[in-house]
Design a protein around this ligand. Structure first.
Ligand SMILES: [Zn+2]
Length: 258
């Protein structure tokens, strides 16, 4: 190649929405539809305007946000559609960890503000109604439709950042508080150790050394300590994303490698 010859870069195909796959409205398309007075098509095109969605969702992190926060292309409709569910999940976690719906007991000031906002009245009601006092303690019934939607979305976001936009449903998906995992499940989740040998206690130095030896400990990326960490790996022809929120809620999603 002659270094003095400059070639015009090939324009890459414009990617669609990371979450629904729809193509973005091209510049000028909306103006053209507006001029034609095509209300239905105009409404659809507005929903297909390109936005950038943060991975993970900003509401799950405290300010100042990490400077290296990733974004993925996302249509306006999806971006709007996730917003309430993201707030719900963040508020639910705050209430669970505080053991109360009293925002004065929250540890994250950002969540106390959001929880008390006028626009969060529906979220306050859903979470308050989901609270169950039993002889064994306080329990909260999660709205799985909302929480799973947010967690799948973030798992897809991590895969997309790594070059694999995935529109299909994961073949494996689960969400559980970390404390509900068995000792073996926890070791496998944290370190990728899946055989039946006896291992030291989770979090111990010895187990950490095993994890390092297995090369798994480095798989985890802490976006904000105590708030959000994730792991993205490609194992045995499958893409696996693991997420931990607030060092409380664990999630795993896996897709066949495309
Ligand atoms: Zn979309």
């Amino acid at each position: 190649m002659d270094p003095d010859q400059f070639a015009t870069p090939e324009r890459k195909a414009y990617p669609g929405c990371t979450y629904c796959g729809r193509t973005f409205a091209e510049p000028g398309e909306i103006a053209g539809l507006r001029a034609r007075g095509d209300v239905t098509a105009l409404d659809d095109a507005r929903g297909r305007q390109r936005t950038n969605d943060h991975v993970p969702s900003k509401v799950l992190l405290d300010d100042p946000l990490p400077t290296t926060l990733h974004t993925v292309p996302c249509c306006q409709r999806c971006n709007n559609g996730f917003s309430a569910a993201e707030r719900y999940l963040a508020c639910l976690l705050e209430c669970v960890l505080a053991g109360d719906t009293d925002a004065n007991k929250f540890t994250r000031p950002k969540m106390a503000r959001i929880f008390n906002e006028q626009g969060s009245s529906n979220i306050r009601k859903i979470i308050s109604d989901s609270r169950m006092e039993t002889p064994d303690g306080t329990f909260w019934k999660s709205d799985t439709q909302q929480s799973h939607m947010v967690l799948k979305k973030m798992a897809r976001g991590h895969a997309a950042v790594n070059g694999f936009p995935l529109l299909s449903d994961p073949f494996n998906f689960w969400v559980l508080p970390l404390e509900f995992l068995t000792h073996e499940q926890r070791n496998e989740f944290e370190y990728g150790i899946s055989d039946n040998r006896l291992f030291p206690e989770t979090g111990s130095f010895a187990l950490d050394q095993i994890g390092r030896a297995a090369g798994r400990r480095e798989d985890w990326v802490t976006v904000q300590p105590g708030r959000y960490r994730y792991s993205y790996t490609v194992q045995k022809a499958c893409i696996r994303v693991r997420i931990v929120l607030r060092e409380y809620l664990a999630c795993e999603a896996a897709w066949d490698h495309p």
